[in-house]
Design a protein around this ligand. Structure first.
Ligand code: SF4
Ligand code: SF4
Length: 339
């Protein structure tokens, strides 16, 4: 069995913030939890594609049949940049902090360097993920990367919840670390801070109400959610912004410039783009990945314009109110009704 410290030291040398090890055992508790939440209706229909086979999703043996260990990793993305950019006459749509750059690609590249060393040194077979189709959060908890906050996001001891996760599934046996058994004690700040009351009980998110999940769901947003949507274009981090653990995390210089988008983009710009232009302009960022619904992004932009209420955008909204797409047309009319 390989000492975890050897693997950790190689990974840290490649600039990975934290590395922990767990076994390749299926994550049966996580599978049961996800199934139960799907049965309760807390997942959006559009998310079911990646949860089509929950048992496979929670078993890394699906990716590598002879898997023995999972090398779990995290990378902090907190920088000191300003999040609320205002540009007079050009209303801006906010981008959630984790998507200002493509930290998933950055972490994956670093993990691939580590995997290459393991292949050479130990003849290991490796499959590398970041934001991939495996149960990343349960892997992170079991390996000791972090514990679940009541907002259902993993909290790391050093970097709070400002982290992206990644993994190497491998057939070599590495000494496992212990799970992180931390908890939030009696804090309920994120539950109270959520603008849509999506955290229906500790650790349970009703994704039909969560702005983060709805960002990529295409349809008419309920009025009560659209009104508190603010000027978000992509994602939501209110529950993380208010978490006291996150207040103690030290911002760092940007770790990567892959797929840079920044804290905000022009809403007029988004509404003037074709899908092709959008995917080309933000090509290396996850907000333009092929599984992101461009019409949902446009719907978000229309909702944001309705909440901003800049009268100079009325002609653009009027144009969209006659769009052939019923969701965009109805959302534009909703936005105009907000003025
Ligand atoms: S991401 Fe936003 S909407 Fe979703 S639970 Fe957190 S605060 Fe609520
Ligand atoms: S805000 Fe409080 S309850 Fe929510 S994740 Fe942070 S510590 Fe836990």
């Amino acid at each position: 069995m390989i000492d975890a410290r050897i693997v950790r030291d190689i990974g840290l040398d490649f600039g990975i913030d934290e590395i922990k090890i767990t076994t390749a055992q299926p994550l049966q508790d996580a599978a049961a939890r996800i199934k139960q939440q799907i049965r309760a209706g807390f997942y959006l229909e559009s998310e079911h594609w990646h949860l089509r086979n929950i048992d496979d999703f929670c078993d890394v043996g699906t990716a590598l049949p002879k898997a023995r260990s999972i090398i779990a990793a995290c990378q902090c993305y907190l920088t000191g940049e300003c999040a609320d950019l205002d540009s007079a006459g050009d209303p801006q749509g906010l981008i959630a902090r984790y998507s200002w750059r493509n930290h998933y690609s950055d972490l994956k590249e670093r993990l691939e360097l580590l995997a290459a060393v393991l292949k050479e040194k130990y003849m290991a077979s490796c499959v590398v993920y970041s934001n991939g189709n495996i149960a990343e959060k349960p892997v992170a908890q079991r390996s000791g990367i972090g514990y679940y906050g009541k907002h259902s996001i993993i909290i790391n001891q050093h970097f709070g919840s400002w982290i992206v996760l990644g993994e190497i599934i491998t057939d070599i046996e590495i000494h496992p670390d212990s799970p992180d058994t931390g908890d939030c004690a009696d804090c309920t700040i994120c539950i109270d801070a959520c603008p849509t009351d999506a955290i229906i009980e500790p650790y349970i998110i009703d994704r039909r109400r969560c702005i983060q999940a709805l960002t990529n769901w295409y349809g008419i947003l309920p009025d009560e959610i659209a009104k508190v949507w603010g000027n978000r274009l992509y994602g939501c981090t209110d529950c993380q912004d208010r978490c006291p653990i996150n207040q103690n995390v030290k911002p760092q210089p940007p770790r990567t410039e892959i797929g840079y988008v920044g804290p905000a983009v022009s809403l007029r710009g988004i509404l003037s783009m074709s899908q092709k232009e959008y995917r080309r302009k933000y090509a290396r960022n996850q907000m333009a990945a092929n599984w992101i619904n461009f019409k949902a992004i446009k719907r978000n932009a229309l909702v944001a314009l309705g909440n901003i209420g800049d009268r100079s955008t009325l002609p653009l909204l009027d144009e969209y109110s006659k769009d052939n797409d019923a969701v965009l047309a109805q959302t534009a009319r909703w936005a105009m009704s907000r003025f």
